[in-house]
Design a protein around this ligand. Structure first.
Ligand SMILES: Cc1cc2nc3c(=O)[nH]c(=O)nc-3n(C[C@H](O)[C@H](O)[C@H](O)COP(=O)(O)OP(=O)(O)OC[C@H]3O[C@@H](n4cnc5c(N)ncnc54)[C@H](O)[C@@H]3O)c2cc1C
Length: 422
């Protein structure tokens, strides 16, 4: 037997939860399964409309089939539920992080609209707990259970904000899957994001670290984003210059860390052919594909093929892509290292500094494939740490510290973690 209990959390939920817990314990001891639904946003209009429709169908004499009535009522109920917040307790986050780590959070809620988020803001459970907003969980390492509320962003929708003959400004809601959004733009022949094909995660997280690959970063096409302050609910538009984008950096990782919920991101894309195939690996892959005059789709396919050959698929092996950033060093340090290590993989920066390939540094320490407590350095790509054998977040973190130390001992270079450690 299963009972559905409805709690009204409109004005905070701690009282409701407090009085509900003993009832649940008693029912459970009688083997009665309890499902708990927490309503935190009972919009009066929506409730009234839903109730009126429900009554209409129940009393409607034209519908004699009782099965049909039940089915319709069920549909109305589902529609009604869509507008409510369902705050769950003690949620397993295994399918919400790309390392596939079995960690739990105290509270968990999925939000489907900005109104959901604003309603959540008013609840006690939100106000009294540490918060973590997640998209696809592909750039997070949970080193322990999360004592607080995890907010899974599911905001959906793509819309054209402005267009002329040459360019288009297109806005995507933060919960849109990044790769699907890229494919959507490719299908419409909008140029700019194709080199960023197959990066896991959601649109909302893309400005966080200014995602980049194969010679392109989102800052190259970024127009603006909309965000909501996580404390007072105030909306703010961030233009490109406000975001202070850098290599895997933005203000959302520094001075505004954990202060904003990004709800949508707009990109300015080109309607005229404008491909970036300068990256060596793309050129080589296009040759392999025997493509002479690449289209948008060809470049995307080339990027996908390269990524699939190099990077472990998180649905098969838990990982978060590159675990470390490529370090930047001074010209003097570069001279010293290149004297000692003739093969060093590096490239000059406009500032006069040099960027080193972190993967090469790790590989030179003999760590490719190195494994400890189920955590390992990937055997094909040393920059990627993997959950090889039912590892824990703590073990993966410890492995990352070991790698950092080894690289420092050999090269005197300090690596920085790219993945967000929780
Ligand atoms: C196989 C693999 C390959 C990858 N390749 C690349 C690559 O080529 N280039 C690259 O840059 N990255 C890469 N990544 C990293 C990752 O995919 C990106 O950083 C991606 O943008 C993370 O998106 P997400 O939705 O999964 O973010 P999450 O992991 O859910 O969150 C990341 C951070 O952003 C915050 N956040 C998420 N959504 C919001 C929001 N709406 N508002 C406010 N804060 C938010 C979270 O709190 C967290 O701090 C790769 C990862 C994997 C697993």
């Amino acid at each position: 037997m299963c009972i559905l209990i409805v709690l009204n959390g409109q004005n905070g939920i701690s009282n409701e939860l407090g009085s509900f817990l003993p009832i649940r314990t008693t029912l459970k001891s009688h083997s009665i399964n309890v499902k708990q639904v927490l309503f935190t946003r009972l919009s009066v209009t929506k409730s009234l409309i839903t109730l009126t429709i429900a009554i209409f169908f129940v009393v409607n004499k034209d519908i004699v089939d009782i099965g049909l009535k039940i089915e319709i009522l069920h549909l109305i109920y589902c529609y009604f539920c869509l507008s409510m917040l369902n705050i769950q307790e003690n949620k397993n986050l295994k399918s919400y992080n790309s390392f596939s780590l079995e960690v739990f959070c105290t509270f968990f809620v999925e939000i489907n609209s900005i109104e959901d988020f604003l309603s959540l803001l008013k609840t006690e459970v939100y106000q009294n707990n540490t918060k973590l907003i997640i998209g696809g969980g592909s750039n997070i390492l949970f080193t322990q259970n999360f004592e607080g509320i995890v907010i899974k962003n599911n905001l959906k929708g793509i819309e054209v904000v402005h267009e002329n003959n040459n360019e288009i400004i297109i806005k995507a809601a933060a919960g849109e899957n990044w790769h699907e959004f890229v494919l959507y733009c490719i299908k419409k022949n909008y140029y700019g994001l194709e080199n960023l094909s197959l990066i896991p995660g959601c649109v909302g997280a893309s400005p966080m670290q200014n995602i980049g690959a194969y010679g392109v970063e989102i800052k190259d096409c970024f127009f603006e984003l909309e965000a909501t302050n996580v404390v007072n609910g105030e909306k703010k538009v961030f233009k490109k210059e406000d975001c202070e984008f850098g290599y895997r950096e933005s203000v959302f990782k520094t001075k505004y860390k954990n202060q904003y919920f990004i709800s949508s991101v707009s990109f300015k894309l080109n309607k005229n052919a404008d491909l970036n195939t300068s990256y060596g690996a793309i050129k080589e892959q296009l040759d392999v594909m025997k493509v002479k005059n690449p289209t948008l789709k060809d470049v995307s396919n080339a990027v996908i093929a390269i990524r699939q050959s190099k990077l472990p698929n998180p649905s098969e092996i838990g990982n978060a892509g590159s675990f470390f950033k490529n370090p930047e060093i001074s010209f003097e340090k570069y001279k010293e290292l290149s004297n000692n290590f003739k093969e060093i993989v590096s490239y000059p920066l406009p500032s006069g500094n040099f960027k080193l390939a972190a993967g090469w540094l790790i590989e030179q320490c003999g760590l490719k494939g190195f494994e400890k407590n189920g955590a390992a350095v990937h055997s094909k790509q040393a920059l990627v740490l993997i959950n090889k054998n039912n590892s824990s977040g703590k073990a993966i973190f410890e492995l990352s510290s070991y790698v950092l130390q080894k690289v420092f001992d050999k090269f005197g270079v300090t690596l920085e973690r790219e993945v967000n450690i929780i």
